[in-house]
Design a protein. Structure first.
Length: 299
């Protein structure tokens, strides 16, 4: 198949695009620079120079492909609209990447017992209302002659297999621990995120391309841990004695920014990938704590 992938030099998109290219598909990928173009070529991906603002470039690439995978941004409505307009009426699959912070609660590092699967109603925080509305807009195109599908990962960990190598949360925690000489979390660190290994997430995209019905939405998770659990593991991995530090929300915001702190590092996002497993997805990657203590992050 001919597959066009946005975010082809990024962590998710790069890993998905590299996997599809290695399977023999003709993969083109959106990149912003000549340097990134060279990076994706190394994985058998044909670069398309442009940005998410370049609607006509996106539309041309989508029309030339059999499948579109949008992994550059969970929030860019203009790019989504351009891609969907290009594939509407064609029957083509449009696989969009969202993120499980749509169910997130601003809990300042406190635990929540709320757990969501794909059938649980979501009332998003103000910071994620636009993302939820965009997801609904995408899925509404199941009635417009294409096959829209949303993959919604939780906290992703592990090393990427394309041009983009690092995820977000775990590297942020590790960098801060190295800087401070001790791991640190926002507030008490009892907030919990579901998580998924990048090696498990990529096969879900392949399954979605091959089998997902129009209008499908899939959470991706294979376990969950608190931020404090992750920080304890980071201290062990780095050889730092003692427990991690509890930062005030102001301290955490000074390190990571207010939005990242409130909606990512100090929030809860607990989901269950019920529909993905019904599709035939079988995640079996190394768990988050084991990966931190014994896996790729040691290097």
């Amino acid at each position: 198949m001919k597959i066009f992938c946005t975010g082809a030099s990024g962590y998710i998109g790069g890993s998905v695009a590299a996997r599809l290219a290695s399977a023999g598909h003709q993969v083109t990928g959106l990149v912003r620079s000549a340097e990134k173009a060279d990076a994706v070529r190394a994985f058998g991906i044909v670069p398309v120079l442009g940005t998410l603002e370049d609607g006509e470039i996106l539309a041309q690439a989508a029309r030339a492909a059999d499948v579109v995978v949008n992994a550059a941004s969970a929030d860019h409505k203009g790019a989504v609209a351009a891609l969907l307009d290009a594939v509407s009426g064609s029957g083509k699959a449009f696989i969009h990447t969202s993120g499980s912070s749509i169910v997130g609660e601003r809990s300042r590092g406190e635990r929540s017992d709320d757990i969501f699967d794909e059938d649980t109603p979501v009332t998003p925080s103000p910071a994620r209302a636009a993302r939820v509305a965009l997801n609904e807009f995408i899925l509404s195109h199941r009635d417009k002659g294409c096959r829209p599908v949303i993959v919604c990962p939780s906290l992703i960990y592990g090393i990427g297999h394309g041009a983009g190598r690092d995820s977000v949360q775990v590297p942020l925690l590790i960098r801060l621990a190295r800087k401070r000489g001790n791991a640190a979390h926002a507030g008490p660190g009892e907030n919990i995120w579901s998580n998924v290994h990048i090696d498990d997430l990529v096969p879900l995209y392949v399954l979605a391309i091959d089998k997902a019905p129009a209008g499908s939405f899939y959470f991706a998770e294979n376990g969950e841990n608190s931020m404090r659990d992750a920080c304890v593991a980071i201290n062990r991995m780095l050889g730092f004695a003692g427990p991690p530090t509890a930062m005030s929300m102001q301290e955490a915001a000074a390190e990571w920014g207010e939005g990242t702190t409130e909606d990512t590092m100090a929030s809860n996002s607990r989901v269950r990938a019920k529909r993905a497993r019904q599709l035939g997805w079988e995640p079996n990657g190394r768990g988050l704590i084991e990966e931190i203590e014994q896996g790729c992050y040691r290097n």
